[in-house]
Design a protein around this ligand. Sequence first.
Ligand code: VG1
Ligand code: CO
Length: 613
Amino acid sequence: ASVETVATLPIDGQRPGTSGVRKRTAVFMEPNYVENLVQAFFDTLGADALAGSTLVVGGDGRFFCAEAAQTVLRMALANGVGRCWVGVGGLIATPAVSALIRERDGGSALCGVVLTASHNPGGADKDFGLKFNVANGGPAPEPVTDAVYERTRTLREYRIAVGTPDVDLSAPGARVLSAGGYSMAVEVLDTTADYAQLAQACFDLPAIGALVKRADFRMVIDAMHGAAGPYLLAVLGALVGCPEDSLVNCTPLPDFGGVHPDPNLTYAPELVRALGLTRDGTPADDADAPRERPLPAFGAACDGDGDRNMILGERFFVTPSDSLAVIAAHAHLLPQFERQGGLRAVARSMPTGGAVDRVAAALGIPCFETPSGWKFFGNLMDAHLRVGSSVRYSPLLCGEESFGTGSDHVREKDGVWAILAWLSILAAHNRGVAEGSLVTVAQIVSSHWATYGRNFYTRHDYEEVSAEQGAALVSRLQAMASGAAPVPTDRPLAPGAPLLESVDEFEYTDPTDGSVSRNQGIRCLFHGGARAVFRLSGTGSVGATVRLYVEKFVPPPSGAPPPPPPVGTPPLREASAELLEPTQRALAPVVQAALALSQLREITGRQAPDVVT
Ligand code: VG1
Ligand code: CO
């Protein structure tokens, strides 16, 4: 075995998107594709930083993960890395990668390479990807990903060990990989133990145990055959004692059992049906029919790499934007936040609904609005480390409309954490409540609306339109945002729609380092506070995906008491009929106005979205 410097040529299009590089698996399997990308990351970190460093390597178990993990290990050795922590079978959920980097051995890891295309489907004919994480445990920030991309355009060689046998990743244990005078420790870890410890520190697991033991409580949590499964089993199964049949699809599979591992109303149809819902999030017609077993009171799912979550109640869909707001309103009940004197700030991505803003206002804490993608939250969480301890935004709760929720317990969104947060909230509301009178998810969320008002919210995705169509749509709207084209503010764009007020393009200045991120989505603002946002996805592998995010606010009834102070469980209030209107119906006029303004149908030839959440 030897260590070699192999000649290569730059490969086009290795630009990290919203979260890593994602392409068809076949593209990743082309000669040098993984090697070039990993070398570009290593070069960006620099040989000095890498020498003797610790690297975390793990993935969501999708097709080609095992091979890619071996390649990363051989390259790590050849680039001077001293130690690698790898999950058993190469498996580590994205939030657990973040936890390992931050917590294990005093936070001594330099970075992580995550082998995943996250919520994209897996398999030989589907998608693969790589995410890069840095020393704070979070996704590489833009300056790093920009540098990686620049490096992929000039790179001429990579370093790799040749002729070494594959490292045995099948069971925990210490291995050594050596070649050509280099030697690297490979520690194969069951990473669920570290994660379970973190979960115990964040939550009152015995309280969740009391909830799940109630005769009137049943739940279904679907890991979608992704990386969250082992962590759900370790925490909710082994520690909390949830019944086995409540944790489903917890075995990671290379093709996720053939499903699209994205926990939303469209791609998790079985779970959605099991909770008595249709794919638009309204109760199914047969929801009242007599059935052998009552519907579950709680349902949840995670995505391929375990960082996303969907929360459902019996016949009730919780939008991720509402989920974030409800967790914020209950944060004082979670030991993790309570211990630190309560939340200091919240943050959401710009397209995420503004429900959490209202909770932040009531709590008197800042609410940050960032571009899509988790990397922007990490800067806020670590602000006190950069700017000085007088600026402290942690504990910070943050979330995205794309089923991402989390906090500064790690630097990634965390599906299992969000599920535990919701179970904690349910447990708190049901402490001492008689069997048969379970306080439900629907009651908690509708009471939240009755208190703060409701931000009706939906996202419509038009997937795999052509790159040209996507660009045409954006440039049409950009022209309005920049003033080059007129903005039709004088007439309703659709029947029943409010008048358009303005069109702008979102630009973010990071409050901690002043860095600016431009072109982060077009906002169409309507009179009365409704808005429609257009963005192109940065996680697709082919063509373009147009995302249309639509929101409108309905205030609580006049005369309603103000939000209670953060003490105990918030009192349950009844929501008015106006607040309980089905989402798609409530938002239809604004959706139509947005379609008319953008000419989306004419430009793309699409009559209906592929995904509605
Ligand atoms: C999407 C979501 C974004 C999320 C990102 C990564 O990005 O909109 O909110 O952070 O996916 O999630 P885009 O550019 O396609 O809209 V994951 O679970 O795929 O890492
Ligand atoms: Co993900």
